[in-house]
Design a protein around this ligand. Structure first.
Ligand code: NDP
Length: 327
């Protein structure tokens, strides 16, 4: 038997518990992994609490991320003993995920754990950090360079936001951090932010065009915030939009698109092709300061992941939560 978090949804209602599972119950897959670490992402918190329709079948083991060691395999690319990493692909949504001591998966979803990182460090980065890297790469692809001007990160105190700040600062960008938690200003400045922007200054309905303040932005928040960020981009500015912490709506105007030529780059991490994932992880290995990663990470046990989900959705978690599934 192995320990796992399971979500049930039946006559007794929607509920999440720490339980013991028989390995014969593991879903189909050509690679079995002894999980070492997972993480708690925004999507995992939505699944655990039932506040978002994330789990597609029940019982479900949540956890969109995992890192561990291959224990059985019939996949050509992996051998027993290999260290592997997984982000997304519907794992923790429609296929049992990483918040468990064991997982059985499609080998095509796995990538080798980059040598730079331990399993714990890779999960401290997790989907949040890998998505932050995809956002930074999107800004670069659209021509935003450190000398283009300041870059804004919204939802700055969260997982995606914290990694985005650390990456952009390391690459030489002037980073502005938008947060609803002024008490975290020192933390954000420590990650490399140069200026703190209040969440309230961006979260209310705003004008179609505003004073041009930022050459680029990483937006984890959506809704009016994303609309206001678009309105305040420089000529030819770019925003990489990956999140919906404020809302899924996008109450914006075309004005910044047709008058300032801005670009809205959408970022999806879940179905991203393997070569993009490996490119993003290779860049994380180059560009992410491990000291800053450490500063933004708190470790919790498998059991602690359940109550932590509520706190994460309430915006009370700073940075990243890494889950030691074996304690
Ligand atoms: P976190 O919960 O760690 O961070 C979200 C942050 O957003 C909070 O810390 C808070 O930052 C801010 N925030 C919370 N509520 C609100 C609100 N009502 N209005 C404005 N800001 C708010 O989540 P993650 O960083 O892991 O994820 C951020 C978003 O990105 C989520 O929506 C998630 O679903 C999405 N995401 C998307 C991915 C993709 O593939 N597209 C992959 C990964 C994440 P502060 O207190 O500093 O203001």
């Amino acid at each position: 038997m192995f320990n796992a978090i399971q979500i049930h949804n039946d006559e007794a209602g929607y509920r999440t518990e720490l339980t013991q599972v028989d390995p014969t119950q593991l879903p189909e897959g050509d690679v079995q992994v002894a999980v070492e670490y997972s993480g708690l992402n925004y999507k995992d918190a939505l699944a655990i609490t039932g506040k978002g329709k994330i789990a597609r079948r029940f019982p479900m083991v949540p956890g969109i991320d995992l890192a561990g060691t291959v224990t059985a395999t019939s996949h050509a690319e992996f051998a027993v003993g290999d260290k592997v990493l997984l982000n997304g692909w519907g794992v923790g949504e429609s296929h049992w995920g990483g918040l468990a001591q064991q997982a059985r998966l499609k080998g095509d979803w796995l990538i080798p754990l980059p040598e730079t990182f331990t399993a714990r460090q890779a999960m401290a980065i997790g989907t949040a950090g890998y998505t932050a890297m995809l956002c930074v790469m999107a800004l670069e692809k659209h021509g935003i360079r450190p000398d283009s001007g300041p870059v804004l990160v919204t939802g700055a105190g969260g997982g995606v936001g914290s990694v985005a700040i650390a990456l952009l600062a390391e690459l030489g960008y002037e980073v502005h951090a938008a947060t609803g938690r002024p008490q975290e200003a020192d933390y954000l400045l420590g990650l490399g932010a140069k200026e703190i922007v209040t969440r309230e200054s961006l979260s209310q309905p705003g004008a179609p065009l505003a004073k041009a303040r930022w050459a680029g932005a990483v937006d984890t928040v959506g809704s009016h915030t994303l609309a206001n960020v678009c309105a305040a981009l420089h000529y030819n500015g770019v925003v990489a939009a990956c999140g919906l912490a404020q809302g899924m709506d996008f109450p914006a105007s075309v004005a910044p698109f047709i008058l300032r030529g801005i670009t809205l780059a959408g970022i999806d991490s879940v179905m991203r092709p393997k070569q993009d994932r490996q490119a993003a992880w290779a860049r994380l290995a180059e560009d992410l300061s491990l000291a800053k990663l450490d500063a933004m990470t708190q470790e919790i046990s498998l059991a602690e992941a359940i109550p932590a989900a509520e706190r994460l959705l309430a915006g009370q978690i700073r940075g990243r939560l890494v889950v030691d599934v074996n304690r």
